[in-house]
Design a protein around this ligand. Sequence first.
Ligand SMILES: Nc1ncnc2c1ncn2[C@@H]1O[C@H](COP(=O)(O)OP(=O)(O)OP(=O)(O)O)[C@@H](O)[C@H]1O
Length: 245
Amino acid sequence: MVAPPDNDVLWAHGLHVKHNGSPALSGVSIGVGEGEILAIGGPRGSGKTTLLQCLSGQLVPQRGEVWFHSKPVHTMSPLTRERLRRDCFGWIDPAPVLVPELNAWENTALPLMLRGIGRRQAKATAVEWLERLDIGGCARKRPYELLQAERQRVAIARALAPAPTVLFADEPTAALHRADRTHALRTLTTAARSHGITVVLATHDADTAALADRTVPLLDGRRVKTVHLPPVAETEGRAACSLSA
Ligand SMILES: Nc1ncnc2c1ncn2[C@@H]1O[C@H](COP(=O)(O)OP(=O)(O)OP(=O)(O)O)[C@@H](O)[C@H]1O
């Protein structure tokens, strides 16, 4: 076993994952520095989501190690990994997954309340984050009343509100059109930098990767030196939403 370096918040060595017998990661090693915004680049199917799932303790690799500070994530019990995710990690999916029965501020406040913060304080923090993401006016609306881009901003606010040690963002703006995408990404990266939140961002487009401090490219489940990431086409995702922020 190789000892993880002290200055990495997350460190993984020799990750191997197969999904139903097909290799998704084949010997990937990676370190993420404290406060770093790291993009995991690569085309569709290159293993980005699988890598984020391993680093965040959602998936245990069949071989290899994952360390969070000095804690071995790969040998933790499912309950300990669940607590680690709840207390230290945030996650943003490509498309917003919100609780339909709760309004925007209640959805945003949910991870705070799961961490034991009282309702009043959780609401104040949630509303603050919704305002920072320019959707303060939507605080009392339920998900079905919101545009897709507004829902994704609620999901971003919900992930940032507890100020996680590490935020995992899996193609966080894939469902948005260009204007919304740029605004949401800039808000996300600015907020992460000002709060010292480490971000691991999976993306298959060059514009998104350009906002990171560093990009680790993947191809067919392996780290490669470079991979060509095309800028996102002007029209991609346009049908999904139209937000006037
Ligand atoms: N649950 C699963 N069952 C079977 N195969 C899977 C599963 N999840 C991922 N795969 C396969 O593993 C490989 C890596 O997938 P992964 O989703 O990690 O890549 P990705 O780079 O995130 O792709 P995308 O950008 O399309 O999400 C792909 O070939 C994918 O089809």
